[in-house]
Design a protein around this ligand. Structure first.
Ligand SMILES: [Mn+2]
Length: 317
């Protein structure tokens, strides 16, 4: 028997280096997104992963407040190995930290969007990419406010089963079904350069955004859809919002408002890779509700979406 007294550092989440992979076992240890260091220091940071555990704006099944925790746990399997398919360790060239979670006052739902926006604006002002783990889809509105403040009006690329263009009550409602309506009203996004992918429900208005429904993806194939998105967005600064319910319930059962006929995980990930050259400025993945999940299917998909953004969508110097 060999007794090893020296081993690679573990507990990378709170005492490891910011660069390079971690040696924590996949099945244990202190969790953070892909074992990145917990830090609120934004100096020299390329990307910040941040949780917003808020689900008081859901219209059907609640539970997305548990999303950030589940996504972090599922992401543990990625770290320490070269990433597929690049074969590279993105953390050798990109400094990524986990900021932990936004503080949410669950007794003050009306005040939550401003709290999210204030902290998001601080992160975005640093120049780092902000990758937010929701939370229900209402959290995207204050995230867009924070990003538009720095970058100006954005092209929104929205993966979703739902348009989220329902009545926003003049802008004051806290709803996961109307963030697009308010974002267009406030000039945060440019509807003529924005596009929704995977839609398979109907709302009373489209707010001027283009729609490629899920059946267009199934029938048209990845490259034709990707080209349509590239044509729509052009070289505008772009924001990715990825509602996990864009995936079929077979690939994302753990969500609040599932709809049959959706994309597979592979289709969504292939689209992300095909869109890597857009001028991405930030992203979120929302509506992961692990109480309805099975074998972490949904959390694995969501964590892979974030991993793909880190690997492909951040321009490296
Ligand atoms: Mn949505």
């Amino acid at each position: 028997m060999v007794v090893k007294t020296e081993h690679p550092p573990v507990d990378n989440a709170f005492r490891g280096p910011v660069r390079g992979g971690a040696a924590d076992p996949t099945f244990a240890g202190a969790l953070s997104f892909m074992r990145r260091r917990y830090s609120r220091d934004l100096a020299g940071v390329d990307a910040v992963v941040w949780g917003v555990p808020f689900d008081c704006a859901t219209s059907n099944r609640p539970g997305a407040r548990f999303g950030p925790q589940a996504i972090r746990r599922a992401s543990a399997i990625f770290d320490g190995d070269p990433q597929y398919p690049s074969g590279l360790d993105p953390f050798e060239t990109t400094v990524v930290v986990d900021r932990g979670d936004c503080w949410i006052d669950h007794g003050d739902t009306a005040g939550v969007p401003a709290a999210i926006e204030a902290e998001a604006a601080e992160i975005v002002a640093s120049g780092a990419h902000l990758l937010t783990l929701g939370g229900d889809h209402s959290v995207t509105l204050p995230l867009l406010r924070a990003h538009a403040r720095r970058h100006g009006p954005l092209a929104l690329v929205q993966f979703d089963a739902h348009q989220d263009t329902w009545d926003d009550g003049g802008g004051g409602r806290v709803s996961h079904g109307s963030f697009v309506t308010t974002a267009v009203r406030e000039g945060l996004i440019r509807p003529e350069m924005s596009i929704q992918i995977g839609i398979r429900t109907v709302a009373p208005q489209d707010c001027g955004l283009a729609i490629l429904d899920a059946y267009a993806v199934h029938a048209g194939g990845i490259e034709s859809v990707a080209q349509a998105v590239r044509d729509r967005v052009g070289d505008a600064p772009a924001y990715l919002t990825f509602d996990i319910d864009v995936l079929d319930p077979a690939f994302a059962p753990g969500t609040g408002t599932p709809v049959a006929g959706g994309l597979s995980s592979a289709q969504a990930l292939m689209l992300m890779r095909a869109l890597a050259a857009l001028d991405w400025r930030g992203m979120d993945v929302v509506e992961v509700a692990p109480a309805y999940d099975h074998a972490d299917i949904t959390a694995i998909a969501a964590s892979t979406v974030v991993q793909h953004y880190l690997q492909f969508c951040i321009r490296r110097a």
